[in-house]
Every structure is written in C-alpha cells, then in structure tokens.
Design a protein around this ligand. Structure first.
Ligand code: UDX
Length: 440
C-alpha cells in the first residue's frame, strides 16, 4: 500500500526476491508509470529492477484495492508504505494516510494475514492499528518493520539493509508466527548471514526509526554549528570534520558541513518526534531538537547573506546561477530542498536566479514556477555575477573552473556543500567562499 519512494522500491525488491507482489496506490499517474515498468521518480537502479521484476510476472500495480482479495489458502503480507507528512501549521505528523490504508485493507484481510507497517509514524500508532485490525479481523496480525532507506541508494538499502527491525505483538504465539512470516519475506537478505535481525515491542521499533533520524539530523547540525564557530574564528570546518572523524567513536559520515539537511524525512521527522514527545509528557527530553532544527534553517539564511556580501550588498540587477535543485544528489526529490529555499529567497530579494539540476528540474518548475530554469550548466551560468553550488551532484564537482570562468560575468563561486576544491577554483581566478571556511 503506497508506491512512493519507499513502496515502489520495496515492491520491486520483494518481487526480485521471488515473492508475488501487488503494488497499490491511489495516484493513477504513478500506477500508469509503474505498470509500464517506468519509475515515477529518479532513483538509480530502479528502472532496471522494475523491468526485471515485471518481466518475471511476479509484480503488478493497481489503483484497485480489491485486487488484494484472496481465498486465505496462504497468509498474505501487506506492507504499509504511505507517507506521513508534517501537518500544515503544526510540528506533528499527519497519519491519516496510514489509517486510511489500513482501513482500506480490512475487508480483504483474512485470519493469519500480516499487516506490516513501514511508514515513519509517531510512537503508539502501531498499538492503535493492531487493536483496529484484531477487532475487525480476529486472527489477523500486525508487525512494525521500520525502513531506513536513503533516497539515491534506495534499491541497495532495501536489498541489503544495515539491519532489519521487527516490532512484534505482545502475545508470544502471535509474535512467533509474525516473526516466522517476516523471516520468510526477508529470507534473501537474511541468507547473507551478515544482516542483524532485531526484534522488539511495537513502541521500540517505531522509536528506532525516529531516534535514528534524530541522531543523523543532530550530527549534521553539530558540524554546522562548528562551521558557525569556524567562520567566527577564521578556522576551516572541513579540516576539523576530517580530523574529528578519525576518532572511531565519532566517525567521518554525516559530518558534511554546508547548507544542512532537507528532504521528505529528516526535517519533518524531528519535528514530529518533538510533537509526540510533548504529547507523552517527555518534551524536555527533545528540546535540543529545536536547536538542531534552528541551526539547520540558519544555514540557508547564512548562504543568502554570503551571496549578498559577495555581490557588495545587493541582489538588485544581479544574475545568480544556482547549481542544484534536488535536496541531495542522485535524487529528483525537492521536498524541503535547501537549494530551492535559498534560490527562492534570493529571487525575492531582487536577483535574476537561474537554477539547473540534472534530475529535479521538472519537479522544481512545478513547485517554484517563478524561478528561471536551464538544463545546461553553461547556459545557467552565462553572464552570472555569482555561481552557487547548492546540491553536490558529481557532475558539478567535476566542473573545470577555468572553462566556467569564460562564461560568467564575475568569477564568484559559493560552495554550499563544501564539495569543490578551493585551491583549483582560486587558481583559476575565482573568489571562492564556503560556509565554515576561511576567506582566503
Ligand atoms: C534519511 C535517512 O538517512 C534514512 O535512513 C531515512 O530512512 C530517511 O531519511 P534521506 O532523506 O534519503 O534519508 O537523505 P540523507 O542521505 O540522510 O540526507 C538528508 C539530508 O542531509 C540531505 O539534504 C543531505 O544533503 C544532508 N546532509 C547529509 C548533510 O547536510 N551533511 C551530511 O554530512 C549528510
């Protein structure tokens, strides 16, 4: 149920593992694409996997939930993969799509069937859904099996996850049956013998996901806070991150300072986590996440300020080229994209802003029609007074600064992701500035 970034990849991977899979979604355009083995979004490896799974005859897609009707001869496993967006004007998550998906399933559930929640939900949701299911269909069960996939690596993360977590029912007999079914579903990755399978109660399984995302967001905001201090002190956050990352208790990953985190998960998940902790009377425990969020949002404003500073105090009559629209490379997802947020702020302050991106232009155009978009870097940068690297696609990291120098009006480059080589750009005559790094 739900064929977005999570569900479409999950469906294709499960079919590839040898299971019979039906993907259900209310979005007709998405289902029409998937039925033709076309990925409805950019995800490396997904088109090939979809094609292979469709060719096997084990994978189909539909908007009609009645396709899930079955005779009960063998238990069926239903994965809930729908979104839990932030509620408008609130921090809390909107779980209405999860509730609706489970409700839609009820008429087709049989005793012995298993509903498996994968969506990121406020802790307590699984217990509530389990009660709803067992009341409607005695003998049907629920498990919570959080998903940790990263966009851009979704196929690989689903085929070979770092760990598999099962949140199981309290009843020991139901728990054993549920675990046996899930072990069968995940027999392929489990057979590698290298992937830990962890079992817990529902609440812990739900919290594993939110805690993991809160930790990752905190790590990014920690290094971005260090970037603020580095800027004030004239130090270099990239060198600092490399040095502290050698301590294996800290580790080098997720210490990339720059424009901070965006996307459909981390920002809304830490907010929903705070809101839920508040409901549970544990709000003090997570007040630090407010600061994590604030540091993150401040990076966007700082980037705009830095661009204005390089342009001697005004955007009026200036042309700004923005490299990157997606919230991160290898994705066409623009949900809460720091790059587009910065581009829009600069546009509002009077500059002509031209945005380019290898994959996300169509989505960006739909969401921010006021910005100007170009497919080619050279066209986007033609006559620019400043070039902003805001999403670190590999093709942007490979740009030859000498070549680009001949296209722009002024050689100003701002590296919002600390992804470029400052020496190479300065050697080609550019003024290179970045968040958390010294001016020269
Ligand atoms: C995240 C989690 O990683 C994943 O486990 C969870 O299931 C969903 O949320 P995703 O949203 O795909 O996945 O993106 P991720 O790779 O975690 O990056 C999130 C944001 O952080 C991006 O905007 C990225 O640019 C930013 N980031 C990441 C940094 O600013 N610095 C870093 O060092 C790493």
């Amino acid at each position: 149920m739900g064929c977005g970034y999570l569900g479409a990849v999950h469906a294709a991977c499960m079919a590839d593992f040898g299971h019979e899979v039906i993907g259900v979604d209310v979005d007709e355009r998405k289902i029409a694409d998937l039925t033709r083995a076309k990925a409805p979004f950019f995800e490396p490896g997904l088109p090939e996997l979809l094609q292979r799974a469709m060719d096997s005859g084990r994978l189909s897609f539909t908007t009609d939930v009645a396709a899930l009707a079955h005779d009960g001869a063998a238990p069926t496993v239903h994965f809930i993969c729908v979104g839990t967006p932030q509620r408008a004007g609130e921090f809390a998550a909107d779980t209405t799509y999860v509730d609706a998906a489970v409700r839609a399933l009820l008429p087709y559930l049989r005793p012995g069937d298993l509903v498996v929640g994968k969506s990121t939900v406020p802790v307590g949701t699984a217990a509530r859904l389990a009660a709803m299911i067992s009341e409607a269909v005695p003998g049907a069960m629920l498990a919570w099996n959080p998903e940790f996939l990263r966009e851009g690596h979704a196929v690989q993360d689903t085929q070979r996850p770092d760990r598999i977590v099962y949140g199981l029912p309290a009843d020991p007999d139901e728990a054993a049956r549920t675990k046996a079914l899930l072990d069968e579903v995940y027999a392929n990755p489990i057979a590698t013998g290298t992937i830990p399978v962890l079992t817990s109660d529902y609440a812990t399984a739900e919290l594993v996901k939110t805690a993991a995302n809160a930790f990752l967001a905190t790590k990014i905001s920690f290094i971005n806070a260090m970037a603020e201090v580095c800027e004030a002190a004239g130090a270099d956050v990239s060198a600092l991150a490399a040095a502290i990352g050698h301590d294996e208790r800290i580790g080098p990953k997720f210490l990339g300072a720059g424009l901070g985190f965006g996307g459909g998960c981390l920002p809304k998940d830490i907010r929903a986590f705070m809101a839920r902790a508040g409901e549970l009377g544990a709000d003090q425990a997570l007040t630090f996440l407010r600061e994590v969020d604030a540091i993150n949002m401040r990076r966007r404003t700082r980037m705009v300020d830095l661009a204005r500073e390089v342009l001697h105090g005004t955007f009026l009559g200036r042309k700004v080229a923005v490299l990157g629209a997606a919230f991160k490379p290898e994705s066409d997802d623009i949900r809460d994209s720091p790059a587009l947020n910065v581009a829009a702020q600069i546009r509002l302050q009077g500059a002509e802003v031209v945005v380019t991106d290898p994959a996300a232009l169509e989505n960006a155009r739909r969401a921010w029609p006021d910005l100007h978009y170009e497919d080619k870097v050279e066209v986007a940068c033609d006559g620019a007074d400043v070039v902003l690297l805001l999403t670190e696609w590999k093709q942007y990291k490979a740009i030859d600064p000498a070549q680009l120098a001949g296209i722009v009006r002024a050689r100003n480059v701002l590296d919002g992701r600390n992804a470029l080589d400052p020496q190479a750009w300065r050697a080609a005559g550019w003024t290179y500035r970045a968040l958390g790094r010294p001016r020269v």
